[in-house]
Ligand binder design. Structure first.
Ligand SMILES: NC(=O)c1ccc[n+]([C@@H]2O[C@H](COP(=O)([O-])OP(=O)(O)OC[C@H]3O[C@@H](n4cnc5c(N)ncnc54)[C@H](OP(=O)(O)O)[C@@H]3O)[C@@H](O)[C@H]2O)c1
Length: 329
């Protein structure tokens, strides 16, 4: 395969390169694109340096797949060029996720939807991927109707600049210097901030509504209602989500644990607690604290964690390509 990565120098783009190596995809040629400030810098792929280039129409020709790790605006700008070049675009931004003719894919859950693509496939929101992986085996046992979720989102969710802001603030506090916050709305060092995304008329944020809107599309469950609160926490890597869910039928907890344990890419924690630190730098979603909800007999509570840069973005996109290649007619 010939693969291009747009945003190759960013938090997600760099992990895409690692993930392509880890899954041993048969990559004959890799082209890396980023902004002008990264042009000429090289990133190692399978031990060989690959130089970052500026994206042009010419440089897209001949590619089979393009992985996108840039903003919504840039993704919208580049998609017509990728389409003209005839490559399949797997996009990490939210620009196209809710379009009817764009599959929104978590390969383990709805990989077969990807086979109906028209050249463009979206990767879901990071917290949504992690949460839906934890919920998918339960939704198979009995349809999930209602979810109340609280996310604990790492600073790397805002890209490289989010990591830098937390580091800078910790350094400034240790040296009694003035704190600057440009990426997050308040000081994130030693704090948490219940505001990610912009506010909608219903009082929820754009980030919070993704869990319901995208979750319905991934699980093929239009009856799914989700009330979500997204919270930024001073963790470098891995998002955690506290979930309370209600299913149509009352489920036996042992059956739920067994279903989670058997589901691909899930690791059941029945005697230990899943933490963001433990779940970092790998692709499994850790699920624990599974227990009966005390307010509804059909309710279950759980806590899950996953590396949002890898599992919630880069590796999910790479696994989409792998799924397409493995299921080629
Ligand atoms: N971080 C996460 O956990 C996460 C999870 C899921 C989805 N996403 C989504 O993935 C996308 C990338 O996020 P990120 O966190 O990786 O951001 P990031 O660390 O800020 O990286 C942004 C990338 O975009 C590149 N870029 C900027 N201007 C460009 C241009 N004109 N042409 C080509 N490339 C350009 C940057 O290149 P330079 O380095 O040269 O500026 C950099 O490689 C976003 O849509 C984000 O919402 C992120």
């Amino acid at each position: 395969m010939k693969i291009g990565i747009i945003g190759a120098s960013g938090a997600v783009g760099r992990e895409m390169i690692n993930s392509l190596e880890d899954y041993k995809l048969d990559v004959e040629e890799l082209r890396l694109f980023a902004s002008e400030r990264s042009v000429g810098k090289a990133i190692l792929f399978n031990g060989n340096p690959v130089e970052i280039e500026l994206l042009t129409q010419e440089r897209l020709f001949g590619l089979d797949y393009v992985l996108g790790a840039v903003s919504n605006e840039l993704s919208k700008k580049y998609w017509p060029m990728i389409e003209m070049a005839g490559a399949v675009y797997v996009d990490n931004s939210s620009a196209f996720r809710m379009n009817d003719n764009v599959p929104l894919i978590v390969p383990e859950i709805n990989g077969e939807d990807a086979l109906k693509h028209n050249g463009l496939i979206s990767n879901p929101n990071c917290s949504t991927i992690i949460t839906m992986l934890a919920l998918a085996p339960i939704n198979k046992l009995s349809k999930i109707k209602d979810v109340v979720a609280t996310t604990f989102q790492a600073v790397s969710g805002a890209g490289n600049k989010g990591i830098e802001e937390l580091k800078d603030q910790i350094r400034a506090l240790e040296n009694n210097e003035e704190i600057k916050n440009e990426v997050f709305p308040k000081q994130i060092a030693y704090n948490c901030i219940a505001e990610i995304g912009s506010y909608l008329d219903n009082g929820y944020t754009t980030e919070e509504m993704k869990m319901q809107n995208e979750g319905r599309k991934i699980l093929h469950n239009n009856d799914l209602n989700v009330s979500c609160t997204c919270v930024r926490v001073p963790v470098y890597r891995s998002h955690s989500i506290s979930v309370r869910l209600v299913t149509e039928k009352k489920l036996d907890l042992d059956r739920v644990c067994m279903a989670v344990d058997r589901y691909p890419s899930l690791k059941l924690f029945d005697e230990d607690i899943p933490t963001p630190l433990a779940s970092s730098n790998q692709d499994d979603v850790y699920v624990g604290r599974i227990r009966r909800d005390l307010t509804d007999e059909n309710g279950i509570c759980l806590f899950c964690c996953g590396d949002q840069v890898r599992r919630g973005a880069a590796s999910n996109a790479v696994l989409i390509i792998k799924y397409l290649e493995d299921n080629k007619q």
